[in-house]
Write a protein that binds this ligand. Structure first.
Ligand code: NAP
Ligand code: F7E
Length: 352
């Protein structure tokens, strides 16, 4: 007998995590519905090109809907129409630096967007049917105080982004406790891939490397090179997200690698992939990175990319996810850097 196919709804399907998750769920035989925002350019769905299915195909597995999570009427309608078994809420204004420029917008999308979806589950009486995943973040902790951060570490958000996500974390927990919803938070530390947005530091560095490798010129302008993050590979984290909703009960989980490296470390390993040994001189926003052989300046730290309140270091303890979900990230830091640089080199097309 055929098993009934599971229905998933993904907000933020056009982003890094959403696009990888959609692919992952389709391979698991889910029917996947994704929410995309209206944009003046078709480029916004570029990460979905390999799984896109034409509108007029019957009985397809992948559907896209126009929508915006800050619009409550949309959230109510889409939940009522799709009635998903699993709702993965990944949509967000996800850039920490930009959240200082657009704090109200960030709060309205990240905080109220989550509440709109939770309310839509409740209004449509889907409490018993729809499992809800909320994309929480290590940024909620603020800078590392002890050895590492886990599910019991107090939060100390340091940016409008982190604070907006703290609301969405707690409202998810409130709905779980008040309405018996299967609603879980994944507290994810930085995870990267070739699909990372171009203004996040790992993608910015790896794109520069591919360009520099071809043209042998240019300088990469960055912010704080001393800042440390617990960086993992996005594909590993998508498996964790899925496992969080397959668990027997709703709970919150940290997904991390347990190791942290600086932006400077990332640069060192990334340049080594194109056989450049980079050495650093100077301090803070006067620091530069130089090619040890040619003495060319490759990297400059400039005040423009510094944040008003930098989170200096994050390290996650993933013991709970390992024990309860049997989740472990496979790709370590050096392998991640190599993987991202190689993918960038492979996809680089010089401008005519
Ligand atoms: P991303 O690449 O920036 O993707 C964000 C997605 O949200 C995009 O699809 C974006 O659509 C969509 N979106 C933004 N505002 C929206 C709105 N008002 N209505 C509907 N959709 C909207 O982010 P990501 O790296 O995949 O991260 C996914 C989620 O995990 C985010 O919530 C992020 O805050 C959180 N998170 C990420 C990390 C990480 O390291 N990647 C770590 C912890 C938590 P457009 O394509 O149209 O912009
Ligand atoms: O910065 C430093 C910057 O913007 C990483 C999001 O997915 O992960 C991400 O947030 C570090 C920071 O990521 C530049 O100051 C130096 O210390 O790549 P990022 P993020 O801020 O850690 C968390 C977990 C999320 O939840 C977010 O959604 O790198 N840095 N120079 C720079 N960062 C950027 N973007 N650009 C620079 O030029």
């Amino acid at each position: 007998m055929n098993k009934k196919r599971k229905l998933a709804l993904i907000t933020g399907v056009t982003g890094q995590d959403g696009s990888i998750l959609a692919d992952f769920l389709l391979k698991k035989n889910y029917i996947v519905h994704g929410v995309k925002r209206r944009s003046s350019s078709l480029n916004s769905t570029v990460r979905l090109d390999r799984i896109y299915q034409d509108k007029f195909i019957k009985n397809k597995s992948f559907y896209l809907h126009y929508g915006d999570v800050s619009d409550p009427s949309f959230c109510n309608r889409i939940l009522g129409e799709v009635k998903p078994d699993e709702l993965y809420h990944l949509a967000a204004q996800s850039h920490v630096a930009i959240s200082y420029e657009l704090p109200l917008y960030t709060a309205s999308v990240n905080s109220l967007g989550t509440l709109n979806l939770l309310e839509a589950i409740r209004i449509n009486n889907l409490n018993k049917k729809t499992k809800f995943y909320n994309a929480a973040t290590s940024e909620m902790y603020g800078s590392l105080k002890g050895k590492y951060q886990n599910e019991l570490t107090p939060f100390h958000p340091q940016s409008p982004y982190a604070t907006s996500k703290l609301f969405s974390f707690w409202i998810t927990k409130n709905y779980r406790d008040s309405y018996n919803l299967f609603a879980s938070n994944g507290i994810l530390f930085n995870h990267e891939s070739f699909s990372r947005g171009e203004t996040f530091v790992t993608k910015k560095i790896t794109m520069f490397i591919a360009k520099y490798n071809h043209y042998k010129k240019g300088v990469l302008y960055l912010g704080n090179l001393s800042s440390k993050r617990d960086w993992g590979f996005a594909d590993d984290y998508i498996i964790g997200i899925w496992k969080i909703l397959q668990h027997s009960k709703p709970e919150d989980f940290v997904l991390s690698t347990g190791k942290s490296y600086s932006v400077r470390d990332f640069l060192k390993y990334a340049f080594a992939c194109i056989n450049i040994k980079i050495i650093f001189k100077g301090k803070k926003d006067k620091e530069i990175g130089i090619d040890s052989k040619t003495k060319k300046v490759l990297v400059k730290s400039i005040p423009y990319y510094y944040r008003p309140n930098e989170v200096t270091n994050l390290i996650g303890n993933n013991r709970k996810a390992k024990k309860v979900l049997n989740w472990t990230p496979k790709i370590k830091f050096k392998a991640l850097v190599k993987l991202m640089v190689n993918e960038e080199l492979k996809n680089f097309t010089p401008k005519k």
